[in-house]
Design a protein around this ligand. Structure first.
Ligand code: NAD
Length: 487
């Protein structure tokens, strides 16, 4: 059974009035158990606690304490690693194998420890030398980096632990206090982290508060409250836009990690037989990853051969029960998401694209929110399925005339999050990469990911970068000071 209680002001508490909602297993449609359903009042109390902790404790200035607490949290999570693993598979529906990578073990390796180490490494202040701007004498000047204050962390359901740790680690390392709102579909991993913070770390009360809720609108307390200094959000572009609008009233900075429609660009000198089948990698976790390469771009001269290679690869994707280590793909996270994906498949057919394989609900999996691994051919990049984020195991194969046309198609998107480029020449892959407007790119099968690697999007894929030095700086304010030279 997961943790029902929220964490507010250092205490594990139930929601106002004892309100709860059901956590569902998307693979079986069974209720796993209850979780507290925080109210707007609960969220306001969490904000007040974070504000009080920031304003009245040494948290922002005591780097050694922050480092100790981050490492305590790391050890506490590691101590329950296998419980996290089982819980993630049951509430997220992610395949077990994904927990050995990006769902759990990858972020657990360094998402907290890297920022903890950066507390010593980060350039907290720098001299900008002497200045005599008004001609009345020299001044020494320094630029200081400081915590922003109270950070609202709002996360989605697809890679919840990964996203929580990659926001919590840098935000806390930089000296901020936090109010975390998990997605309603996947709250137990967050409330478990809350319990570990309360029971296994020396974090002053109020430094981290965690408030799940069945009601998305409870999150608006975070965007409208004058006591929140920054909103760090990962989720859909539509919600990101709303968060930015709501934050405008109090002029809060927003840090947004949003959707994507990334390309897997196979250049004409690539090895097609080994590269194209790799496009089925996007079925991991049923295509529910913002950075997945959902548009396969191949030269028109090799189109039919590529469609066939993709078809075979998608037909070989093992999917079903996410607890079975042999499965690469589990269910969509909810009925709503399953219907959304099926709606896009219907739209693709309507607009003239051709389903080469998949295209429906698997008959042999009557329970759970499954969708077949699906390949669409004859896709024009202007079609809805090529422009909008489907968030399902659905690949669009698009033909291009030449390299310039490939770059044009890759950039003909409202999004700009990630992508892959494969070429027989790394230099050529790099030169194409410079022309693609996305925040990350994997070249020739390479992986850019890591706690030290900035991740985020161009265009409608977001504002700001998570992880890396840029990610730490997102959680800081800048203060410039000057004093008479020689004083
Ligand atoms: P979502 O936007 O529906 O919800 C995300 C979070 O925002 C949830 O916690 C939700 O309760 C909360 N929320 C909703 N309305 C709110 C409001 N008005 N004010 C405050 N909070 C509000 O997204 P989702 O369906 O949970 O996740 C899927 C989306 O997330 C996809 O679009 C995906 O691409 C994106 N995503 C992006 C990244 C990235 O780093 N770029 C990573 C993972 C997922």
């Amino acid at each position: 059974m997961g943790e029902l209680r929220m964490l507010i002001d250092g205490k594990l508490v139930e929601a106002e009035g004892g309100a709860t909602f059901d956590n569902l297993n998307p693979a079986t449609e069974e209720v796993l158990g209850p979780v507290a359903s925080g109210s707007a009042g609960d969220m306001a109390r969490a904000v007040a606690a974070a504000r009080h902790a920031f304003d009245t404790t040494q948290w922002a200035t005591d780097g050694a304490l922050r480092q100790k607490c981050l490492l305590q949290l790391q050890a506490a999570i590691e101590g329950e690693r296998e419980d996290f693993r089982a819980e993630l598979v049951s509430e997220v529906g992610c395949p077990l194998i994904s927990t050995f990578g990006p769902q759990l073990d990858a972020p657990l390796r360094e998402a907290l420890t890297w920022p903890a180490a950066q507390i010593d490494e980060f350039q907290w202040s720098r001299s900008i030398g002497l200045g005599n701007p008004f001609g009345i004498g020299d001044n020494e000047r320094e630029v200081w980096k400081e915590a922003i204050g109270v950070v609202a962390v709002i996360v989605p359901w697809n890679f919840p632990v990964e996203i929580i740790l990659n926001k919590l680690g840098p935000a806390l390392a930089m000296g901020n206090t936090v109010v975390l709102k998990p997605a309603p579909d996947t709250s137990w991993n967050a409330t478990r982290i809350g319990r570990l913070i309360a029971e296994k770390t020396d974090m002053p009360r109020g430094v981290v508060n965690i408030v799940p809720s069945a009601d998305h609108a409870v999150g608006e307390v975070l965007t409208t409250s004058p006591d929140v200094d920054l909103v760090a959000f990962t989720g859909s572009t539509a919600t990101g836009r709303r968060i930015m609008q709501m934050s405008a009233e109090t002029l809060k900075p927003v840090f947004l990690e949003l959707g994507g429609k990334s390309v897997n660009l196979v250049l004409d000198d690539a090895d097609f037989a080994t590269t194209v089948p790799g496009s089925a990698g996007m079925c991991l976790h049923a295509g529910q990853g913002c950075a997945m390469a959902t548009r396969l771009l191949v030269p028109k001269s090799r189109y039919d051969e590529s469609v066939e290679l993709a078809k075979v690869a998608f037909e070989n994707v093992k999917y079903g029960d996410p607890t079975d280590a042999a499965n690469f793909q589990g269910p969509q996270v909810s009925k709503v998401q399953q219907e959304r994906v099926l709606g896009y498949i219907a739209k693709g057919r309507e607009e003239g694209a051709r389903v080469v394989t998949g295209g429906g609900v698997p008959k042999h999996l009557p329970r759970g929110f499954f969708v077949e691994p699906t390949v669409f051919a004859d896709v024009d990049n202007s079609m809805t399925i090529a422009q909008e984020e489907i968030f399902g195991p659905v690949l669009c194969v698009i033909g291009y005339d030449d390299e310039a046309d490939a770059v044009r198609i890759a950039n003909d998107s409202a999004y700009g999050l990630s992508g892959m480029i494969t070429s027989g020449s790394l230099e050529r892959a790099k030169s194409v990469a410079r022309r693609i407007r996305t925040g990350t790119l994997g070249l020739n099968g390479g992986i850019w990911y890591g706690p030290d690697a900035p991740f985020g999007g161009y265009k409608a894929s977001g504002i700001g970068r998570q992880c890396g030095r840029e990610g730490l700086e997102m959680f800081t304010e800048t203060k410039t000071v000057g004093w008479p030279a020689g004083a």
